[in-house]
Write a protein that binds this ligand. Sequence first.
Ligand code: OOG
Ligand code: MG
Length: 260
Amino acid sequence: MTEWNVERAATVLADAEAGRTDRGPLTDEWPGLDLATGYRIQDEILRRKVEAGEHIVGVKLGLTSRAKQQRMGIDSPLTGWLTDVMVLPAGAPLVTRELIHPRVEPEIVFVLGERLSGPAVTAARAMEAVSHVYAGLEVIDSRYTDFRFSLPDVVADNASASRYVVGSVGRKPSELDLALEACLLEVDGEVVDSATGAAVQGHPAEALALAANSLARRGLALEAGWLVLTGGMTDAAFTRPGGTIAVHFTNLGSVTIGCE
Ligand code: OOG
Ligand code: MG
């Protein structure tokens, strides 16, 4: 049997993404896969994408809310990379056949006005680095069958990152109480879930600080101009061709994805 290593795992996951096929979690075959190695696999997949011409545009957090942690059965937040090809422009359809089994979740999105580098970043310091806040919908598409994975698996798989849409209403952080900022998640015009920003680590700024501090442990920082998706506020909604998923925020406007 072939030995597992970072390169092989990166190839397997990159092939699954490119070929729109799901597979069992790496840890079924590689029980020794640990969190640090998971991040090395994530970084190797990113390195190959950048080599192929993609640009890093930011970072996503995952599993920052109880709703997400309970659904996925993992209680540790994690980070993944966002590149320019993952952007779904506002109004563009989500072509479900281009993906494996996409799900959509509402998120609060930060744009950084300055570099934010850990360790010891506090929520207050993190907010100082934010230039604008937006509504977002993230499309996650685990490369693992039925979204079944352990923490090192989902880290290796870039936190199931696939696509994201950013709303058109940008607010200065000082204009909002983000813990109280509410969202309604609608599927086909029906409200299926709701949350406030407090669902995300008590305040999305805590999630941003967590990302900065977690990256610092790998010698990395959040760069000026980057987007940060702070994590699903509610459970993710399933997509279907012909369906519509929308989120409506109190002050951040609405974002809609039509699926085909
Ligand atoms: C992992 C990615 C989680 C979030 O916002 O919590 C995530 C998954 O649920 O597949 O993006
Ligand atoms: Mg997410």
